[in-house]
Design a protein around this ligand. Structure first.
Ligand SMILES: [Zn+2]
Length: 133
């Protein structure tokens, strides 16, 4: 075990909004759903798995989002499909975007609801679901 490993092992993590929350490992604040940050941040460039996950979900669903936008905005001009078929295609393209790309928001929003303190994650999580269904 290197000295770096030992240093990371003793790192404490806290919520930027709730400094009373202290954990031995990175995670999510039980009060507001934000990512826990090291109490003593380092200047070293560290991997950010949360950012990597959000970027992966964004880039994989971007083509679907472009397809939905084109169909919704120009579908009646293009007349590629009848309206009933187009609606089903839009639903099929929307479901992965809403459910898979939005999954982290739903998890955090639900976690916060368990603590009975709805906040921005609850709002973000419910935002795409309400108009979709
Ligand atoms: Zn918090």
């Amino acid at each position: 075990m290197t000295s770096d490993d030992m240093g990371m092992k003793g790192t404490l993590y806290t919520c930027p909004m709730h400094p009373e929350i202290r954990r031995q490992a990175p995670g999510i604040c039980p009060k507001c759903g934000m990512s826990l940050e090291p109490v003593l941040p380092t200047l070293e460039e560290e991997a950010n798995p949360e950012l990597d996950d959000f970027q992966r979900r964004f880039w994989w669903t971007l083509p679907l989002t472009v397809g939905i936008t084109v169909l919704a905005m120009f579908g009646h001009w293009l007349e590629w499909f009848d309206m009933r078929t187009q609606s089903w295609i839009e639903l099929a393209l929307s479901l992965p975007v809403v459910l898979w790309a939005g999954w982290p928001f739903f998890v955090r929003g639900r976690c916060v609801e368990c603590e009975r303190s709805p906040n921005m994650w609850t709002l973000i999580g419910w935002g795409p679901v309400r108009p979709s269904f």
